[in-house]
Design a protein around this ligand. Structure first.
Ligand SMILES: Nc1ncnc2c1ncn2[C@@H]1O[C@H](COP(=O)(O)OP(=O)(O)O)[C@@H](O)[C@H]1O
Ligand SMILES: [Mg+2]
Length: 258
């Protein structure tokens, strides 16, 4: 019997190239079931590439990605398709289909995977929408929603079939701080309520402080930090310290200006 705290995904010595350029260079880490695990690092350091590997959208040059006991890196297309039913992905842009209502967007994974009884699709769509605070949005089109609402709808779709693991790439990109904080609280609520494991790429120090159980920092394709917020204090890596200190300073300055 699996329980909170088991390893849900293990990445072992992942190496990836785009052409001749090495983008991930020996990345290793594990994520535990029930964690909110955040991935940080400068623009272009390989965060989105790493997420794409974790859900089997890209294949590594070498290394292993063991998800619930099976190596994603060596799965064939059929095995990947089955594996992908166990993960929810909320992309940087919400990834909603603009030609469908919000409700139909959330119903799509339920219908596509055929794992939900057809008579239950509508009630489940309503339940997911109300979980993310969009109970009234079922019949709206994505274009009718604000940026923050679209992110919530994207998250509702990611959790449509109750995956044990959800990936979220830069959830707060393009949101104002209040909407971003709302999204952090939503992630924490779903994590508590459903036990969902979250792997989140972010730049937001506020989000990290509020919600992260552990943090992985990448720099030029290598892991330069892996630990809790408390562990940051112990890190002697200049880039790690810079990220956590400079961003904090900017924040204080902004407050003083306001
Ligand atoms: N499809 C691609 N083909 C070639 N290079 C890419 C591709 N996608 C990303 N890159 C490059 O790989 C590096 C890592 O990209 P990415 O994982 O998107 O970084 P991040 O999400 O951390 O900003 C960057 O230098 C980027 O320009
Ligand atoms: Mg990215």
């Amino acid at each position: 019997m699996e329980s909170k705290g088991d390893i849900i995904i293990e990445v072992e010595n992942l190496v990836t190239h785009y052409g001749d350029t090495k983008v991930l260079d020996g990345v290793s880490f594990t994520v535990r079931r029930g964690e909110i695990f955040m991935i940080i690092g400068g623009s272009g350091c390989g965060k989105s590439t790493l997420l794409k590997h974790l859900c089997g959208l890209l294949r590594p040059t070498s290394g292993r990605i063991v998800f619930q006991g099976s190596d994603i890196a060596s799965m064939d297309e059929d095995q990947l398709a089955v594996m992908q039913q166990s993960i929810g992905i909320a992309f940087q842009s919400s990834g909603l289909f603009n030609s469908m209502t919000v409700g139909d967007n959330i119903a799509m994974p339920m219908v596509e995977f055929g794992s939900v009884d057809p008579s239950l699709v509508k009630p489940l769509v309503r339940m997911k929408l109300s979980l993310v605070g969009l109970a009234q949005a079922e019949h709206l089109m994505p274009s009718d929603l604000s940026g923050g609402m679209r992110k919530r709808a994207g998250l509702a779709r990611a959790i449509a079939v109750d995956p044990p693991l959800v990936y979220f790439d830069e959830p707060s990109a393009g949101l104002d701080p209040i909407m971003a904080a709302g999204l952090d609280e939503l992630v924490m609520k779903l994590n508590k309520l459903l036990g969902t494991t979250f792997i989140i790429v972010t730049h937001e120090l506020d989000s990290i402080k509020l919600a992260a159980d552990r943090i992985l920092m990448l720099d030029r394709g290598k892991v330069i930090f892996l630990g809790t917020l408390d562990d940051v204090e112990k890190s002697t890596n200049e880039r790690v310290r810079q990220f956590f200190e400079r961003r904090a300073d900017e924040h204080i300055e902004q407050r003083q200006l306001a």
